[in-house]
Ligand binder design. Sequence first.
Ligand code: C5P
Length: 230
Amino acid sequence: MSDPKVIIALDYSDAQSALKLVARLEPALCRVKVGIELFNTAGSQLIELLMQRGFEIFLDLKFHDIPNTTAQACKAAAELGVWMVNVHALGGRKMMEAARNVMSLYTNPPKLIAVTLLTSMAQEDLADLGITATPADMVLRLAKLARDSGLDGVVCSAREAALLRQNCGNEFCLVTPGIRSVDAVADDQSRVMTPSAAMDQGANYLVIGRPITRAADPLQALQNIIKQIG
Ligand code: C5P
């Protein structure tokens, strides 16, 4: 089976817009990411429709709760049949282990990955929480904790990918947003990297939204990116 490297962020507020976009894509070439906004409006029904159309799904709901509740949420995602699901590493070891344990009951479970530190968190935001470590140190610490808790990988900036690859091993899955081709507009992303540079840094999958979803020809934009990563 093919393993498309591009995960397209379906950052829409309604099912119709998401379905209109995917009608212009090919499931053999990409996966799709459904986040909190779209899931809250369109729910599991949309997940089923996307799967019927052949797309594998990254359910980006960033679970963060007590271990049992998080594990049950992961179970519900596994029952839906999604390809990837995520939790906040800040939920801690017990929470991540509970999530991993529930996944181990499935023969073909979703990949379970963690969000380390939200990229919106700067040093002063950590200080507000009583955390004195730098954001970079926290990312590394949380990525190692996710790996030691048995998770499959983390979402990270492509700029952190090489360091995490070095510290977390070759089997650890790195999923990187903030991707822009050299000639593309950055939108609201402040630190971007090109698709091929991100792969060179050790990324396994690239999360890409607007460069594809807002392109005049989304399929062509996707094919161009696939060509760039080879
Ligand atoms: O449109 P764009 O390519 O910027 O979309 C990137 C996607 O990746 C969005 O869904 C965004 O929420 C997500 N993301 C991100 N930066 C992070 C984590 C997730 O851009 N640190």
